[in-house]
Design a protein around this ligand. Structure first.
Ligand SMILES: Nc1ncnc2c1ncn2[C@@H]1O[C@H](COP(=O)(O)OP(=O)(O)OP(=O)(O)O)[C@@H](O)[C@H]1O
Ligand SMILES: [Mg+2]
Length: 477
């Protein structure tokens, strides 16, 4: 059995792992260009960014920004709007913004404006700046903005690459499994290791975590990939039907058996059989299933002819199957047959790092389906998704994004399009929350409701715009 080692880049084609984390835990490779004509501002920013592990280059003039862009790539650019020639109108900065955009349409630009010049900030955003900070900035807010923007830009770049790969993958029916978070690393490693083998694999995890995707990926990685992957869902089928579904029947085996029927086991011969919701297999069928797994032999219902099959068994459950075993509802010997290897897929809330990329992936496929021209998510929307607990896991994220794509009116999905309510968890914890936590949640809710529109949100909260801005800075929102 070949064992591709993920870390060395021998990555199976359908498993995508990125060397870089999508949450820019600022690595040395994350490079920021800072432009300001005041030496003390440049130095303060250089020290701040260095302390966060960013690689920083500082320049003093618009011309130097353009020259730097000709020689290197940057992950983000932070520019002042006013330079020596004209220190108040911001025109030099706005022109610089347009010039940078002409050279590089994707790099996130953040502008620094004088306190109180919101109109200038709005004009800068109109010309393609991603966000702004007012001087004197608050370090935490500046860093949060930078990280969000870099993260978004990275996610967009990755998803463009993914889309290209997906086109290839879709062509021959291979699944897409997005998994870059530390929590998914063991999952990916196991998939890479056991995918190509014949080992039976039990996939566990909550609803919507991606068990089907894992099963399809395992099959796609195996030498059986040219043969069928046959799925049987053990939930929801009456016992009698389930048996003939699995093993087939012969004409006359029971009243409704008008013709012979080939069961899923035989259909999967030389391929893979995926037994979904395995905990629901009725007790008396568990014995028959065990025998088929042990011997590779089975009889169709109503027949005594023994048939041999060669199948690899993948199974999945969201139940805690050892509890079922202890309760006498699931045979331990069958479990031992099924779980030669067990892969546990963690809930989405334990791998938040995957959310931006998954969300963009779903955004792109929904946008294509509904013919919408959408570039991505507004930062507030992304933050809302990162904060949501996702009880329905990846499927819930998929559905929320699909809904948002349908509702979105601009070029970006707004927080209000996502239809995410503050979780019941949060509501229940209200009693234990401090005043500041409550204020933070209320502000988040108001921003979400008004799609990040500060004027509307401040009105709804009964605050002035500047009071809300102060709180946004304070809470790092
Ligand atoms: N890591 C992932 N990358 C890309 N898409 C994913 C990933 N995980 C899940 N999905 C998508 O999310 C949806 C739900 O996943 P899936 O059906 O595999 O979940 P499940 O664990 O089998 O759920 P259930 O327990 O309800 O059967 C599917 O559309 C799937 O394609
Ligand atoms: Mg499933």
């Amino acid at each position: 059995m070949s064992t591709p080692i993920v870390e060395t880049g021998e990555i199976p084609y359908s498993v995508k792992i990125e060397a870089k984390s999508p949450m820019p835990s600022p690595s040395n490779r994350t490079r920021i260009l800072v432009a300001d004509d005041q030496a003390d501002v440049r130095e303060a920013l250089r020290l701040l960014l260095k302390s966060e592990g960013f690689e920083t280059e500082t320049v003093a003039s618009p011309a130097a920004v353009l020259a730097a862009l000709d020689t290197r790539e940057f992950d983000s650019i932070l520019i002042d709007l006013n330079y020596a020639r004209d220190t108040t109108s911001g025109q030099e900065g706005l022109d610089l913004l347009s010039n940078i955009r002409a050279k590089d349409g994707a790099v996130p630009i953040i502008v620094m404006t004088a306190w109180g010049s919101l109109e200038l900030a709005v004009e800068a955003m109109r010309r393609g700046a991603k966000d702004f900070v007012q001087k004197q900035w608050e370090n935490n807010r500046l860093l949060a903005i930078l990280k969000t923007q870099i993260e978004l830009a990275h996610a967009i770049r990755r998803s463009q690459r993914l889309e290209a790969e997906n086109r290839l993958l879709r062509a021959d029916g291979r699944p897409t499994l997005i998994a870059e978070s530390p929590a998914m690393r063991p999952v990916i490693e196991l998939i890479a290791r056991v995918g190509p083998s014949d080992a039976n694999v039990l996939i566990t995890g909550d609803h919507g975590t991606g068990k089907d995707v894992v099963a399809r990926t395992l099959h796609a990685l195996s030498p059986r990939s040219g043969r069928p992957l046959v799925t049987v869902n053990a939930g929801g089928l009456p016992e009698g039907i389930f048996e003939s579904e699995l093993f087939g029947h012969v004409k006359g085996a029971f009243t409704d058996a008008k013709t012979d029927r080939v069961g899923r086991f035989e259909l999967a011969d030389s391929g893979t059989l995926f037994l979904d919701e395995i905990a629901n297999v009725p007790m008396n069928l568990q014995a028959k299933l065990l025998r088929a797994l042990e011997t590779g032999e089975l009889e169709r219902v109503g027949s005594s002819t023994t048939r041999r099959v060669d199948v690899r068994i993948l199974s999945a459950t969201n139940a805690d199957i050892s509890t079922e075993v202890r309760a006498g509802k699931f045979r331990e010997d069958l479990l031992f047959r099924l779980n030669t290897i067990e892969i546990h897929v963690p809930p989405l809330r334990e791998r938040k790092e995957d959310i931006p990329l998954l969300a963009l992936h779903f955004l792109r496929s929904s946008a294509q389906r509904y013919r919408k021209n959408l570039a991505g998510f507004e930062p507030v929307a992304l933050q809302l998704m990162l904060d949501h607990p996702w009880p329905g896991n990846v499927r819930e994220l998929d559905h929320s994004v699909e809904r948002a794509v349908l509702l979105a009116e601009g070029e970006q999905v707004r927080a209000s399009d996502l239809g995410l309510r503050v979780s019941r968890d949060t509501a229940l914890r209200l009693d234990d929350m401090g005043l500041e936590d409550v204020e933070r949640v209320l502000i988040q809710k108001a921003l979400a409701r008004f799609g990040g529109n500060v004027s509307h949100a401040s009105k709804a909260l009964g605050l002035s715009r500047s009071a809300l801005y102060r709180r946004l800075q304070k809470y790092n929102l």
